[in-house]
Design a binder for this molecule. Structure first.
Ligand SMILES: [Zn+2]
Length: 280
């Protein structure tokens, strides 16, 4: 059951879809002989991954964290990822799981890589329209500025139609550093994957949920030195991971990964050999 109760909050996983992506990109300098024991690769070295979004329902708000891969990849890109040829609009995917997409009044993007905000907007007649018309969207200002720098290293990760129409219309708020989007729900800067990525915490009834975003994209990345090849600042990524996973393990947080294809929710424990692991 992809749902959890946390104090007065109800948290549900919406796995927009499962896609296949290069295992080497996911595990960087980790030898395949090690990572392939955790996740088997297909004949093209791809491993299954999820576009994981989380819906948090509080007494006052319905908050969507991340919006998945969206509808802006061409047919070839979709085929490479083993995605169906036609994307399902995220509001329809949410409705199909029994939730009312129109109830969503807050959307949070941990960062603006296409696989985290692709469902913010829907292409219609050549224009990108908000997928959640009554929602206020939140993203990091530093990340938005970085997206527009168009650096050789990572410009491929950004598709402006996922956020610029929302910034232009005033529907997206760009936040400077840590920010409380609703009572108990906070975006918190966790640099490493890139400079301004945010994790999202939700606190209710003395319990804490933490969406780890691309700091720990799958459960296999709990080992601090297992850093993805696409992380811009690997040493900082390790430091940031140590900081957040120590807190998660010591305080028994409920955690969630941005791209794990199987794990819906996880508790983290310290582990003598690997540093951290899923709690038994
Ligand atoms: Zn990313």
């Amino acid at each position: 059951m992809p749902g959890a109760v946390l104090g007065s909050f109800e948290i549900s996983l919406i796995r927009e879809s499962t896609y296949w992506w290069d295992g080497g990109a996911f595990f960087g300098v980790v030898p395949k002989t090690l990572w392939s024991r955790r996740t088997a690769a297909d004949e093209m070295n791809r491993i299954p991954a999820g576009f994981n979004c989380y819906l948090i329902r509080t007494d006052e708000h319905t908050i969507l964290i991340e919006t998945g891969g969206g509808d802006k990849m061409d047919a070839r890109a979709r085929e490479r990822m083993k995605l169906p040829p036609e994307p399902e609009p995220l509001p329809a995917a949410i409705a199909r799981r029994g939730f009312d997409p129109e109830a969503i009044d807050i959307v949070v993007n941990s960062h603006l890589h296409w696989d985290h905000c692709g469902g913010n907007t829907i292409l219609s007649g050549g224009a990108a329209k908000p997928a959640f018309p009554r929602a206020r969207y939140f993203a990091s200002r530093g990340e938005w500025e970085h997206a527009h720098e168009r650096l050789v290293r990572d410009s491929v990760s950004y598709i402006d139609a996922n956020y610029d129409p929302l910034v232009e219309s005033g529907q997206m708020t760009l936040v400077d550093g840590d920010y409380e989007v609703a009572p108990g729900i906070r975006m918190r800067r966790a640099p490493g994957h890139n400079r301004d990525m945010m994790v999202v915490t939700a606190e209710s009834g003395g319990e804490t949920f933490c969406f780890l975003a691309d700091m720990v994209p799958t459960a296999a990345h709990l080992q601090p030195s297992w850093v993805a090849a696409f992380d811009l600042y690997p040493l900082q990524a390790i430091e940031t991971k140590l900081h957040w996973l120590t807190a998660a393990a010591e305080s028994g947080w409920l955690c969630a990964f941005a791209h794990d294809a199987e794990t819906d929710f996880a508790r983290i424990a310290k582990h003598a050999k690997t540093g951290f692991a899923l709690a038994e």
